[in-house]
Design a binder for this molecule. Sequence first.
Ligand code: HEM
Length: 458
Amino acid sequence: MLELFDIQSFVFQAFGKSFRGWYAFLQFDNDQMEKNLDWLKSQLAYVAGVDDETKMLDREALEYYLVMGFTHSGLEKLGIGIKGSRPYRKPFSEAFMEGMVERAEILGDKPDSWEWGGKEETEPHLVLAMFANENEFENKKSDFKKAYEQAGFKEVRAVEGYSHKDLREHFGFADGISQPLIEGFHDSIDKNNLCEPGEFVLGYRNERGVYPESALVEHNNESGEFDLGKNGSFMVVRQLEQDAERFRAGNPREVDAAKLIGRWRSGAPLTLCPFNDNIKLKENNSFTYFQHDRYGMKCPIGSHIRRSNPRDNKFSLNDHEDRERTQALNKRHRIIRRGRLYGPEVPKEFYEGANTLDPKKPHESRGTLFICLNASIENQFEFVMQNWINRKDFNGLRNELDPLSTVDEEENRHFTTPGMPKTERRQLQQYVTMRGGAYFFLPGMRALRFIVSGFNPV
Ligand code: HEM
């Protein structure tokens, strides 16, 4: 059974769209460590778990809610790790210990050009994501910022994240529709979306039937060790800048833009309504590709949603049993998305043809603070990036990338739209640019108290 009270609530809920988020990416200060930790301890009261019975936050209304996570270099600063005062009995997984920068080749990244996270001076040690109600946000944000600065933390980047009122992202498409559900938390009969908890939380069985890799550190209790991973989750953060004007200019027809994403602007899936947007299908997520659209005539094979979650799609298979197997394997690579928009909102009229993005105004960058949660960075986030999003020969394609890929390769950015009588292949531009990011670990509540309170028994 899931120990809900011990899992940071962010795993199960995104905080509603009436909440804004202040994502502070911080570094400890070696000379002020005690002060840093004293303040962090005071903030534990704002990190909520989930109530076992109601499945809601286990706290009465708080002034604000916090999500707290550490990079591996952050944990090392606190003394955890091979050389630290709290050595491993079993270390964390390789991807987390190496960090996003070291994984650049797998991800197709160029960290030297990032604004933050790419170098030691800008690599965060921890993230504090503070969520407060829209109408109180400004005050809470400035008090919170003042408090961590006074406590001696250095801010390497802070991003204000919000949700569009219609839950659109900056290219004008409904976002956050397809999410995996967690067995034991969500009631669902949709077995293709229901995943074992060990896909997202450490300490439980995953879709392979095994426990995801956890980390154990030495401890002065009876067993001599403490399970640092139990009830924790890995959080991937990527600041992805979006060029909304370029996207619109490159895809003037609604259908062109929709084909790149795999859904119409309302969110209706092309697989179910290939010719026109259909508002009645805007949140529909019950479709598969093999059955409804095997060759991508409706939703192109290379579209963003088909690459990032191919469902039962596998070209060469032709019998029912194999299709089920493909779907079961696919469930080992799901991610929970928790991203938010940053920067100025793009007005709806812009996508309806009005030139409302005023070229006279100074350029302000905007994008998505992409966030995803998973129990294995290697098998989930990195797998999706390497084998699906950035795979040039994905499912029989030739020399293509996901249309929203951040790989910097303009001349080789093609997109195929299968069709009858004619299949089209066109050149695309780069619409999304990676500005910085890191891998964090969100410890369970017990582990969080253990880490922040200087490893006292909990
Ligand atoms: C700025 C960059 C991005 C934008 C604008 C974007 C936008 C979207 C949109 C509009 C959808 C369809 C609606 C939905 O199902 O929620 C979607 C789905 C999805 N995206 Fe992205 N996305 C971006 C980056 C990424 C990245 C980097 C990843 C992965 C590692 C990713 C993974 C996914 C997944 C897994 C889905 C759900 C697919 C499904 O289950 O059908 N996205 N995205």
